[in-house]
Design a protein around this ligand. Structure first.
Ligand SMILES: CC(C)(COP(=O)(O)OP(=O)(O)OC[C@H]1O[C@@H](n2cnc3c(N)ncnc32)[C@H](O)[C@@H]1OP(=O)(O)O)[C@@H](O)C(=O)NCCC(=O)NCCS
Length: 189
């Protein structure tokens, strides 16, 4: 998969600008450190980004994921209100460690300052459409999404993107200290 060519777009809403989804690059590291000061992000995601080194490492992992063809992370950005450049507002990722597998997993987060504006659902819908198209010939049929039971905001994102609740998951500490939901969306026929 050629990272350079992947650019996805999501339309504007009445109250929020259009989104661009593009590969992460090292210049995003400083913004990433700022965003990861948010407690919700640290609580609900498995990554740890505590400082500039951690952010650089995290961006490198995204790039390596594309090169290995196993993990396809995209930064979600929107134009600044001033019209001057872009602002980082989130992240979406497709995790598919086994080429040819009929299923893969998606993940996402939104910057604290951008929550409640439909960033995650719009970005996830763009990623979902892209994944089912890009991996159609490689047998991708099902996308899965996991969240802890008390992450009601994430459950709403799943519902808005037509990822149906398909199983209740038992807690598996330390990564999943509470029970969870498995949502899934099948390729449209
Ligand atoms: C879950 C998350 C990605 C939702 O992103 P988002 O771009 O705010 O999505 P939406 O705008 O569609 O809002 C989803 C829900 O968040 C809640 N919400 C609304 N405004 C909010 C705000 N300002 N701050 C926090 N949550 C808010 C509402 O329950 C909303 O559902 P509703 O539209 O039915 O009212 C975001 O809250 C987040 O990044 N959380 C931390 C990381 C995380 O949980 N990732 C998912 C791991 S499974």
């Amino acid at each position: 998969m050629d990272t350079i060519t992947v650019r996805l777009r999501a339309s504007a809403t009445a109250s929020a600008p259009a989104l661009l989804l593009r590969p992460w690059n090292p210049a995003d590291a400083d913004d990433l450190v700022e965003l990861y000061r948010d407690g919700a992000l640290r609580r609900w995601t498995s990554a740890t980004v505590a400082d500039a080194d951690g952010a650089a490492r995290w961006v490198r992992e995204q790039q390596e994921g594309w090169e290995a063809g196993e993990r396809f992370g995209l930064a979600v950005v929107e134009p600044r209100a001033s019209g001057d450049g872009e602002r980082l507002v989130g992240h979406v990722v497709l995790k598919r460690p086994t080429p040819g597998s009929p299923s893969a997993e998606v993940g996402y987060w939104t910057a604290a300052h951008a929550r409640g504006r439909g960033v995650a659902p719009r970005a996830l819908l763009a990623l979902t459409d892209w994944a089912f198209t890009a991996f159609a010939d490689d047998g991708l049929e099902r996308l899965e999404l996991l969240h802890q039971v008390d992450n009601t905001a994430s459950c709403r994102v799943a519902q808005k993107c037509r990822y149906e609740l398909s199983a209740l998951l038992t807690a598996a500490p330390p990564d999943f200290p509470l029970d969870g939901h498995l949502h899934a969306r099948m390729r449209d026929v």
